[in-house]
Design a protein around this ligand. Structure first.
Ligand code: HXC
Length: 517
């Protein structure tokens, strides 16, 4: 055997040892928990044979607390790049089988390298997290490792799409990398995230709670809003991430992908003509409106379980990705509250950063009243929505389906907040407030002085409704470009987005905006 062959053999042996990660017993334990290993997850994620691993041979250099003679294969994280449905994506997958996927200095530096390459190459970055957190024996270098990731997450924000999947534990400050990325996926039953766990909570404030109740996928998807997508298994999680990526461009400088479209541009949606209920106080499912106008009725809906009064979704129209923001009157009458404002604002900013046009459906009775909302800061949360819409330079199209009242009318992308094009259904009502409330305020004295206050009130309400509870007053003022029959909505949306596709708007030069966070 020649010298080179000998060295190649040695290299192959070393490599195959490293590829075993935490070894058979740990892999079995992982599988028993219905979790895949990092390599198995990456195998599912990447197109067959395209994954190229980087820095497999990196070793930790800590000597403290018995680490000196402990080998941690690949230092507990697999990093690299490959093709996902033919497009390059960079990834880092922590491997719980190797020292609990704990993050030490070198483990972090591998992640840094993958992120730096993703930014320089202008391609998405995906983190598959499964880790016991900062490698306790290493001390401060482990914390600094996180700091370098947070820094990179922040710098890459708005430049390349960043997605995190939580596929195991995530405790303490480790939760902040996911929170700094654009999209957080969690696996039901096997993942959790929290700043302080149940034991500390019990010791400090006496509250008793399980890991899952506190920080499981459903808790974060329905209560905190930290999780955007709940998934059923590792396999489902990977598939959903790939689906989301299919809607997104590689970077803010790359074209938004256009999918092949099998739906028709002329398709009418007759079901929409009947969707507005007879009673103005009755809700309807705005998802049906969004699905009706989307290519083949398909949408990707993040935050499905959180702030359900606001619906955000990616859809395609004629293959082109569009970001939809819509009040859903089926939940809390579609009112604007702190959570709904946050949900919509972050979505709008993501879409604008990545050149995805915005389509807004407004049916909003106003802002949620009450001390709870006021003291939770509805003023500043609502301001985020105004800021996000105003700041966005992508094409902005608004469709008013029914109520569009007061400050919330402005908040749902009205013309003078910067909508390029506003359309209204004949059922639209654009007013400072609903007729009943308005008459109670404006005509209080006349109503109480009338001989028959009930019929006088009815008369006044009718006259107010005639004036404002329709789209014609607003259309007469030029606030609405078109009144359309609901069934025509898809066709009109396609036409307007096509007309606006080369929209360019340049903002005044400055360092950056100061969104009311
Ligand atoms: C070093 C760790 C580790 C860690 C796990 N391991 N977490 N090693 N540092 N943080 C090791 C274990 O010692 C064990 O090694 C192997 O990984 C598997 O862990 P187990 O405990 O056997 O697994 P399991 O029973 O499934 O329990 C999982 C766990 C537990 C609940 C996550 O490991 C745990 O509580 N880990 C510590 C969590 C934590 O408090 N981390 C620090 C958070 S603070 P052997 O050799 O025995 O197989 C933090 C700050 C970040 O992360 C700050 C950023 C700014």
């Amino acid at each position: 055997m020649g010298l080179t062959e000998d060295k190649i053999k040695q290299f192959e042996e070393k490599k195959s040892r490293l590829l075993t990660m935490g070894g058979e017993a740990m892999i079995r334990k992982q599988h028993d928990l219905k979790k895949l290993t990092a390599r198995e997850r990456l195998d599912l994620f990447y197109d067959k044979g395209t994954f190229q691993e980087i820095q497999l041979f990196v070793k930790h250099r800590s000597t403290l607390f018995g680490l000196g003679d402990k080998e941690i294969n690949a230092d507990g994280v697999v990093t690299g790049f490959g093709k996902v449905n033919g497009r390059t994506v960079f990834a880092a997958a922590q491997d719980f089988t190797s020292a609990g996927g704990s993050l030490g200095e070198m483990h972090a530096k591998k992640i840094w390298k993958a992120m730096d390459l993703a930014v320089d190459a202008r391609k998405p970055f995906v983190a598959l997290n499964d880790s016991g957190g900062a490698r306790i024996q290493e001390g401060v270098p482990a914390l600094d490792g996180y700091a370098g990731i947070f820094y990179r997450n922040s710098i890459a924000s708005g430049y390349i799409p960043q997605i995190t999947a939580i596929m195991g534990p995530t405790a303490g400050g480790a939760v902040y990398s996911p929170a700094l990325t654009d999209w957080v996926f969690m696996v039901k039953g096997s993942s959790y995230m929290y700043i302080t766990g149940p034991d500390v909570i019990k010791a400090v404030i006496g509250e008793e709670v399980t890991h899952d109740e506190l920080g499981g996928a459903v808790a974060h998807a329905s209560k905190s809003g930290v999780c955007h997508v709940v998934t059923e298994s590792d396999e489902d999680c990977i598939a959903r991430i790939k689906d989301l990526l299919s809607y997104l461009p590689d970077s803010c400088h790359s074209p938004v992908p256009v999918a092949a479209c099998t739906d028709s541009a002329d398709r009418e949606c007759p079901e929409l003509d009947k969707i507005i209920p007879d009673k103005p106080t009755r809700g309807y499912d705005m998802k049906k409106v969004v699905a009706a106008i989307a290519d083949n009725g398909i949408m990707f809906e993040p935050h499905e379980l959180w702030a359900k009064n606001m619906l955000v979704a990616f859809i395609r129209v004629m293959g082109q990705t569009v970001g939809v923001i819509a009040n859903n009157s089926r939940n809390d009458a579609g009112v604007l509250d702190t959570k709904a404002s946050d949900k919509a604002s972050r979505f709008i900013r993501f879409c604008d950063a990545f050149n995805i046009p915005l389509l807004t459906f407004a049916d909003v009775p106003g802002y949620m009243p009450g001390t709870n909302q006021e003291w939770s800061g509805i003023i500043s949360h609502g301001a985020k929505l105004l800021h996000a819409y105003s700041e966005a330079t992508v094409p902005k199209l608004t469709v008013v389906t029914r109520k569009d009242y007061g400050g919330a009318y402005i908040g749902m992308c009205s013309k003078y907040l910067g909508a390029d094009y506003v359309m209204a259904w004949p059922s639209a009502e654009i007013a400072v407030m609903g007729a009943e409330g308005a008459c109670n305020i404006v005509y209080r004295r006349q109503i109480s002085a009338a001989e028959d206050p009930v019929s006088r009130r009815r008369e006044l309400v009718c006259s107010y409704e005639e004036q404002f509870n329709n789209p014609y007053f607003a259309a007469g003022m030029g606030i609405i470009e078109e009144i359309i029959a609901p069934r025509e909505t898809r066709k009109r949306v396609i036409a307007v987005l096509d007309a606006l596709k080369d929209k360019k708007q340049v903002r005044i030069e400055k360092k950056h905006n100061n969104i009311p966070l």
